[in-house]
Design a protein around this ligand. Structure first.
Ligand code: C2E
Ligand code: CA
Ligand code: CA
Ligand code: CA
Length: 278
């Protein structure tokens, strides 16, 4: 926690990610990092477009390397997936996140938690049991947990994905289609799978007020989502103009630098005070 504190002060999320040509990171480094607990969740707030109210957070993994500094998930999640370490990583993360969630709960903070789930973890089978076990252990209602999956995670094997997602949904977990619009899902798949939320990808959201085509895509997606009963989240809202546009279009939740960046869990309360005082 001290390391997180120090890094948050010295390496806020504004720091550019390590260059692709940076130091080589191998499977041995990642295994060691997992064993030593160097990978931890940071949290990005999600707020209501209509009221500004703080609704929840998305957990985003950060590797706080003792000498290389903060390594962004784009550099180690794909490696973990390739090397068969993603199940272990996700398991650790779920434990840590649900512990944080339980802690918020006891301090009277009723916010929802969103977790990113890789396709391999989704089809692996034990995910649902692990989540349920952790929820029971920590006294958390699965209704307050949303699992974010990307379209590529379920287009590969629709039948199996449907089975897994239905099981999770049956137990109360929320299900979100992440990065909507960047993958290959069809409307038919959308209507078949038991999703509860749709996340508009940053590539559509970013400065949408300046681009009529993007705006049209967003508008029709929001209409579709509403009609089939999905909550809508816009990711990557960076400025007031984008906020105003999405609020006007009736999007439900905002996630983006405009509201707040990903941060270590101990910075959430100070962020909230600032946000309320804005
Ligand atoms: P994602 O799920 O699409 O997460 C949103 C990403 O957009 C995050 O990048 C977040 O920091 C960034 N972001 C949020 N708001 C803004 C904004 O206003 N402007 C800009 N420029 N960026 C914004 P991050 O944290 O680097 O994560 C990248 C991806 O890594 C995530 O994309 C997700 O797919 C994956 N990831 C992160 N943590 C985990 C994890 O624990 N498990 C798995 N399976 N994947 C993860
Ligand atoms: Ca996500
Ligand atoms: Ca996303
Ligand atoms: Ca994205």
């Amino acid at each position: 926690a001290r390391l997180a504190e120090l890094l948050a002060r010295w390496a806020p999320d504004t720091r550019p990610p390590l260059a692709g040509s940076g130091p080589h990171i191998g499977v041995a480094d990642l295994t060691k990092a997992l064993a030593q607990g160097e990978i931890m969740p940071w949290y990005q707030p999600k707020v209501s477009f209509a009221t500004g109210e703080w609704l929840g957070v998305e957990a985003l993994s950060r590797w706080l390397h003792p000498t290389l500094g903060m390594i962004p998930p784009g550099r180690f999640i794909p490696l973990a997936e390739e090397q068969g370490l993603i199940t272990l990583l996700t398991e650790r993360l779920i434990e840590q996140c649900l512990q944080d969630k339980a802690h918020w709960q006891t301090s009277g903070l009723a916010i929802k938690l969103s977790l990113n789930i890789s396709s391999s973890s989704l089809v692996e089978g034990k995910l649902c049991d692990r989540l349920l076990e952790q929820c029971r252990q920590k006294g958390i209602n699965p209704n307050l947990i949303t699992l974010e999956v990307t379209e590529s995670a379920f287009v590969k094997d629709l039948g199996h994905s449907l089975e897994m997602l239905s099981r999770l949904r049956m137990h109360g977990f929320g299900l979100s289609i992440d990065d909507f619009g960047t993958g290959y899902s069809s409307m038919q798949q959308l209507s078949l799978l038991p999703f509860t939320e749709l996340k508009l990808d940053r590539s559509f959201v970013d400065r949408c007020h300046e681009d009529p085509v993007r705006l049209a895509i967003i508008e029709s997606t929001l209409t579709l989502a509403r009609k089939i009963g999905l909550r809508t989240v816009a990711e990557g809202v960076e400025d007031k103009a984008t906020w105003d546009e999405l609020a006007r279009l009736g999007c439900d939740e905002c996630q983006g630098y405009y509201a707040g960046r990903p941060m270590p869990q101990d910075q959430l309360l100070p962020w909230h005070e600032q946000w309320q005082a804005r």
